[in-house]
Design a protein around this ligand. Structure first.
Ligand code: UDX
Length: 458
């Protein structure tokens, strides 16, 4: 067990909140505080309704909150009173100026660095937890160590690899913990201090260290590799549809090669989420900055295939439904970017809805957890959108169902009953290959899976 530590996390989002809850749970001798500028968000963390939905998180927070886990808006006191500071503020893709649409927007992050500098009265370890462009830690160090007042900061990079929906499990049993530091005496000491915290529950051989830049780059590259697998199988799904092959069979055969592995080979309507697009575009921007045009183009193609896959889905719908969607009611099953989360950031469902509205379709959005976010995402969209949580009622009177998120509940619905309430001919477009397509067809649906021949009655 490590000595008692006072830990702060700036930023109470998807990464900061769960990560700190896990540290508090596994290190009862440490005191963990999470601060954020948003009072509503902090109030939610202090309530029974947490601001994010994540299996197992409620229990984790409830057990530690008030004991050694605290949520507060007092950033100044937090910085003053703690020795170890995680920075987990959001770094969206820049929406303006140089690098717009590509580079990371570092304004929140830099503001945080300046706050740490302004309020610190003693030396601290500052840990970069947000995904940031490579060499950002250097900028952080420069800002923090710009004033000589006896206060010294060690900056570490400790990227988070948790995935939404499985955050608690990923935090509890991570594949690895990566800590990047300067290779100076003080950098190595800071690295060990952080490693000791994780060693309370993570086996030592899974805690790996590197220099800061390798650590920062590893996060971008890990996400780029994962996204690349999805774009690869999605590109193959387009070919399978033309060549009468079945993408699930191809993925199975390919994935059994132990060098390739079976995970992350599910063809889909495309990847979403807050990380993949952002991190790849960040990587592309970095490569372009270094004049590596070919390398940049290579990674950018992963995003291009993802965009193509979403547009292809709409075109398949249009083609199947006699080249017009105008006035037709289309029900979306799922709006979250993946199952078991309420998160809709970069969800392909946003694109699909916008495109359907452009085609003058009426859209009924259904999702067990994400309707609140869906309403916000679509607030500016002109056209007719309604929101119905129950997937059975949502499909009533619709011409088609488009399954966009792989929620388990869609596997267990009474499809016969649903079919009876729909307009005919009734269509299912399965953007996740989740349903039993043969059964849907036998009930009477015209079925359009991804990367497999359609099953149609005409
Ligand atoms: C990802 C990384 O997995 C995680 O390590 C990193 O820290 C943050 O980004 P997350 O965005 O939560 O996590 O979700 P992930 O499970 O990786 O899925 C990303 C997207 O890919 C989802 O839209 C998902 O539906 C899609 N996906 C995933 C597929 O389309 N096919 C697959 O086979 C796997």
């Amino acid at each position: 067990m490590t000595s008692a530590k006072k830990i702060l996390c700036i930023g109470a989002g998807y990464v900061g909140g769960p990560t700190m809850a896990m540290i508090a749970s596994k290190c009862p001798h440490c005191r963990v505080t999470v601060v954020d500028i948003d009072p509503e968000r902090i109030a939610a963390w202090n309530s029974d309704e947490l601001p994010i939905y994540e299996p197992g998180l409620d229990q984790l927070v409830a057990a530690a909150r008030g004991r050694n886990l605290f949520f507060s808006t007092d950033i100044e006191a937090g910085i003053r009173e703690n020795d170890i500071i995680f920075v987990s503020v959001n770094t969206p893709t820049k929406a303006f100026g140089l690098g717009a649409g590509m580079a990371a927007d570092l304004q929140y992050w830099e503001k945080t660095a300046r706050q740490i500098l302004a309020f610190s009265e003693s030396s601290k370890i500052v840990i970069e937890k947000s995904t940031l462009p490579v060499k950002t830690a250097l900028a952080m160090e420069r800002i923090l160590n710009s004033r000589v007042n006896g206060v010294f900061f060690d900056v570490l990079s400790n990227p988070e690899f948790l995935a939404e929906g499985t955050a608690v499990r990923d935090l509890e049993q991570p594949d690895r913990i990566l800590i990047g530091s300067r290779e100076t005496e003080s950098g190595l000491k800071a690295r060990e201090t952080l490693a000791e915290i994780y060693a309370n529950w993570v086996p030592r051989e899974k805690i790996i260290t590197s220099n800061i830049w390798s650590s920062e780059l590893s996060k971008l590259v890990a996400n780029a590799f994962l996204a690349q697998r999805i774009s690869s199988i999605n590109a193959v799904s387009a070919l399978c549809e033309k060549a009468d092959a079945d993408v699930t069979e191809v993925a199975r055969a390919v994935g059994m090669d132990s060098r390739i592995g079976a995970k992350f080979l599910n063809a889909s309507i495309g990847f979403g989420g807050s990380c993949f697009n952002k991190d790849i575009l960040n990587l592309v921007y970095l490569c372009r900055n270094y004049g590596l045009e070919e390398v940049a183009d290579y990674w950018e193609s992963v995003v291009k295939i993802n965009d193509y896959q979403q547009e292809r889905f709409i075109r398949n719908m249009l083609g199947a439904m006699f080249n017009t969607l105008a006035g037709k009611r289309i029900c979306l099953w799922g709006f979250a970017f993946k199952a078991n989360t309420s998160d809709t950031r970069e969800s392909p469902a946003i694109f699909v809805t916008r495109r359907l509205l452009e085609e003058r379709a009426e859209v009924v959005v259904s999702d067990p957890k994400a309707l609140k976010n869906a309403r916000m995402d679509l607030a500016g969209s002109a056209g007719r959108v309604s929101y119905v949580e129950d997937p059975v009622r949502a499909a009533e009177g619709c011409h088609a169902i488009a399954l966009l998120t792989e929620w388990d509940l869609y596997r267990h619905l009474d499809l016969r009953k649903i079919f009876e309430t729909m307009e005919k001919p009734a269509f299912i477009f399965d953007g996740r290959n989740l349903l039993d397509h043969r059964r849907c067809f036998d009930i009477g649906f015209n079925v359009y899976p991804l990367g497999k021949p359609p099953l149609t009655h005409f």
